[in-house]
Design a protein around this ligand. Structure first.
Ligand SMILES: Cc1cc2nc3c(=O)[nH]c(=O)nc-3n(C[C@H](O)[C@H](O)[C@H](O)COP(=O)(O)OP(=O)(O)OC[C@H]3O[C@@H](n4cnc5c(N)ncnc54)[C@H](O)[C@@H]3O)c2cc1C
Length: 441
């Protein structure tokens, strides 16, 4: 008979998948290499290797996110603030001056520009970044970039679930200092290493966070390809925001032919509805949309003028939160790597109106409601707003209902097919008209 493991000592993904963020921290941190990932990037355990040391549970951000604890690890005595943006020292808007990096970015190529600045000036030996897996281009993977070419190949947003922190297993065997770029949940896991694995923590020079409205399930790309009758084996790459800013989802065939997955672009096309349909419930119950515990967070700048046109096409917004974040940003500006404008005291740059609502009102309402119904939900040390309007309550219920209904492939796939087909063009036109009307008011 095999031995019995005490599962209460293990990370949440090994006990309750609905709370797992699939950030990969448990796989990366396990000193015995006992935790591996299955095809959907959930952790699984090789029981014979596990010593029940408990480190995977202590660094797991799935079941509980304690803002006070994370703030004290990240900022010391400075508490986080509970706005959507969170605590920051400086706020800038800009883009990377290197044309190739700028054009390859999801926004202004700022993350890659900052990483390149660190690498080029010898402040780090490598960068922990991501790309679409060359062998399975419908899935993302992490890797360590050490050259300009590596970094440009890591550009762009991979919106499907990616267990980025599993790269810590590789980091364990390397000497040197490394910069990390990643999503809020991945950063929660990384920050929890602080006193649990100082040998790993000390190798991380700086953490650059991405704003995040939620990732998408691992099956999103195969299903999108299916709507266009393309088999996953036919493609060499998949871009979630390929082409001109703000980009669109598209596949690259092995013969370099580009196949668009939908009409219009990332902002007005099918992607808009994908967070309801393809985001796991753990993302729909996450309240950190701006990577509160990064040294420096980067997001898109969606500020529009009164005609509804974007004021900062292909720019990124930067929030420097720690002294290290300020150094990374100011050095890159002073060395001429990035062009950036200080907007610290300009209120117009709090532009994530929809996300502020989603993360600040919809998500807490959802957590409260699902908890009452007996579902597992993550625990936060934050108060749930008690002043939500009827419209906000209805909108939360609608998103949750769509999410549950579309868990069934036979309901989800026809909807995806419709949203990516020409029959959805009227939706795009209505959306654009509504946006223009909103900004004229
Ligand atoms: C799942 C997801 C949701 C997002 N939601 C929002 C949002 O709601 N609002 C918003 O303003 N911005 C959001 N972003 C961030 C935005 O899409 C841009 O990535 C960001 O603005 C940086 O652009 P850039 O041109 O500066 O970076 P680039 O130069 O294009 O570099 C992108 C960097 O991000 C890393 N990266 C990409 N995908 C992942 C991933 N899945 N996990 C870990 N690292 C990754 C790459 O390795 C690379 O280092 C999201 C990104 C992702 C991946």
């Amino acid at each position: 008979m095999g031995r019995t493991i005490d599962y209460s000592l293990l990370s949440i993904g090994l006990k309750n998948r609905s709370l797992c963020t699939r950030c990969g921290t448990c796989t990366g941190i396990c000193p015995e290499g006992a935790i591996y990932l299955d095809d959907d990037f959930y952790p699984a355990i090789a029981e014979e290797k596990c010593t029940e040391c408990g480190i995977c549970r202590e660094t797991c951000p799935g079941a509980k996110v304690n803002y006070q604890q994370l703030a004290s690890i990240t900022f010391g005595n400075q508490p986080d603030d509970d706005s959507f943006d969170g605590y920051s020292k400086l706020s800038y808007v800009g883009y990377t001056r290197d044309e190739k990096i700028k054009n390859g970015g999801a926004g202004g190529g700022i993350i890659t520009g900052l990483l390149w600045d660190l690498l080029k000036h010898g402040e780090v030996d490598g960068c922990l970044v991501t790309r679409m897996n060359p062998d399975k281009p419908w899935l993302g993977q992490s890797f360590i970039a050490r050259t300009y070419e590596d970094l440009t190949s890591s550009q762009g947003s991979k919106y499907s679930i990616l267990p980025h922190n599993s790269i810590l297993a590789e980091l364990r065997n390397l000497d040197g200092r490394f910069a990390f770029a990643g999503l809020p949940c991945q950063i929660h896991g990384l920050r929890l290493l602080a006193d649990k694995a100082p040998e790993l923590k000390n190798k991380i020079y700086g953490i650059i966070g991405l704003f995040c409205g939620g990732a998408l399930e691992t099956y999103v790309v195969p299903e999108l390809l299916k709507t266009k009758k393309v088999s996953p084996e036919e493609i060499s790459d998949f871009q979630f925001r390929g082409g001109d800013w703000p980009g669109k989802m598209r596949a690259v065939r092995k013969n370099s032919e580009i196949v668009d997955m939908h009409y219009s672009d990332y902002k007005d096309g099918a992607y808009n509805y994908f967070t309801f349909i393809y985001s796991p419930m753990r993302c729909l119950t996450c309240i950190d949309g701006s990577a509160h515990f990064a040294d420096l967070s980067v997001g898109d700048v969606w500020t529009r003028d009164q005609q509804g046109n974007y004021r900062f096409k292909a720019h990124s917004r930067m929030l420097a939160r720690t002294d290290r974040g300020v150094d990374i940003l100011m050095n890159a500006i002073n060395r001429g790597t990035i062009a950036a404008e200080d907007v610290t005291s300009d209120p117009h740059y709090k532009t994530h109106r929809a996300q502020t609502k989603r993360k600040g009102i919809n998500v807490p309402l959802r957590i409260q409601r699902l908890k009452k119904k007996g579902f597992s939900v993550p625990v936060y040390d934050r108060k749930v707003p008690d002043d939500a309007t009827l419209k906000e309550r209805l909108s939360e219920r609608m998103v949750t209902a769509v999410h549950f209904i579309t868990r069934h492939y036979y309901l989800r796939f026809p909807l995806t097919k419709f949203l990516t087909s020409r029959y959805s063009i009227p939706l795009i036109i209505i959306r654009r008209w509504l946006k223009r009307r909103k900004y004229r008011q």
